[in-house]
Design a protein around this ligand. Structure first.
Ligand code: G3H
Ligand code: 13P
Ligand code: ZN
Length: 361
């Protein structure tokens, strides 16, 4: 059995210079697709479930599904992570259902729509860190509000993230504040804002530095070289998938995601977790459309789901290879939660934020 914490996995990724894609799941097919891809290339995995996924599948179904995936693939270290936890209760109940890691997204208030102030974010994130570390689970915090620099924040098509306009400053994580935040909260990983947003419609053109501010990642890494950075909204929305979706009756306006080469640039600057949901959705639904269009008499759902699962598996495998995750599963000896808890209590895992934080630019 290989249920691993985010902290142990990202420590390993940092030591070896790779990143781990964190794929969202809502159902069995997505879970199997990720594990098949991981097994093919010997990659450790992060599977994450949003609050929406937990209410869609139900906690009981989800937690037993993860147990089954873990038992089916005992050689693949599997981190189960709560995506965008909005309060202490969401995070605590995730841990109670076997999640080894939680995101406390205190950049937004509990409604997950209103931008929160810094003090609120620090206080709630620190409370979640305290409760999670008691049992050895890891915590990802977020500083800065995810949203489009082109649109000034809001206008996220899938209802995720801040509602309405926010200031340009709020959309880019402040490096000085990041140092303070990590020290004050003791998070294991830090999600930062640099112009990405959730969903398919991230950029209206191939992004350059004006709308995808990778320099912010590099600056934060310079100040916090020991902190694991997380990129949200990191689907690439590949053109071939857009084309396939539209070829078979879809109506997706032309859009651009985060180019893989920009993510690889981030990995050289401390990015260790890369969140991808939209690409997996698109890979599957483009295939649904194709099957529906080409086999108009088909009514067996497996004839839709099996090729869709294969498409998602191929996408996941490609990301494992591109991010350098491939080949590392067998090199990790999983540390149990109880030992992680002991290490936190002993102060052995406290963030090291004093190294280069004050080096002048
Ligand atoms: O946070 C955004 C993820 O893509 C999850 O989306 O809440 O629709 O499951 P969801
Ligand atoms: P995408 O919508 O780009 O896949 O981002 C997913 C994400 O950040 C989940 O937290
Ligand atoms: Zn996200």
């Amino acid at each position: 059995m290989a249920r691993i914490t985010l902290r142990q996995l990202l420590d390993h990724a940092a030591t070896c210079g790779y990143a781990v894609p964190a794929f969202n799941i809502n159902n069995m097919e997505q879970g199997i697709a990720i594990m098949q891809a991981a097994a093919e290339v010997d990659a450790p995995v992060i599977i994450q479930a949003s609050r929406g996924a937990r209410s869609y599948a139900g906690d009981l179904m989800l937690s037993h599904m993860i147990d089954a995936l873990e038992r089916t693939y005992p050689d693949i270290p599997l981190c189960m992570h709560q995506d965008h936890g909005n309060d202490e209760a969401t995070c605590a109940s995730a841990i109670a259902h076997g999640f080894t890691s939680v995101m406390m997204d205190g950049s937004l208030k509990a409604d997950a729509k209103t931008a929160a102030d810094y003090d609120y974010n620090v206080a709630i994130t620190r409370r979640v860190v305290d409760l999670a570390h008691w049992v050895g689970a890891s915590v990802e915090g977020e500083l800065g509000v995810l949203g489009s620099l082109e649109h000034g924040g809001g206008e996220q098509e899938d209802g995720h993230g801040v509602e309405g306009k926010v200031s340009h400053d709020q959309l880019l994580t402040d490096p000085d504040q990041a140092v303070d935040f990590v020290r004050a909260t003791k998070v294991d990983a830090l999600a930062i804002a640099m112009g990405t947003s959730h969903g398919a419609y991230k950029f209206s053109r191939k992004p350059d530095g004006d709308i995808l501010a990778m320099r912010v990642v590099e600056e934060i890494h310079r100040r916090l070289p020991n902190t694991h950075l997380v990129m949200h909204g990191s689907s690439s929305v590949p053109q071939p998938l857009q084309d396939m979706f539209n070829q078979f009756g879809g109506e997706m306006p032309q859009t651009w995601g985060v180019p893989v080469e920009e993510i690889v640039r981030g990995i050289k600057s401390g990015v260790r977790k890369v969140n991808i949901d939209t690409d997996c959705r698109l890979a599957m639904t483009a295939v649904f459309r194709k099957v529906a269009a080409q086999s108009r008499n088909e009514f067996d759902p497996r004839k839709f789901l099996k090729p869709a699962m294969d498409a998602m598996r191929d996408l996941c495998r490609e990301r494992f290879e591109q991010f350098g995750t491939a080949g590392h599963a067998g090199r990790i000896k999983v540390v149990p939660l109880s030992e992680m808890a002991r290490r936190y209590r002993a102060g052995e895992l406290d963030p090291r934020v004093d190294a280069r934080e004050s080096v002048a630019a």
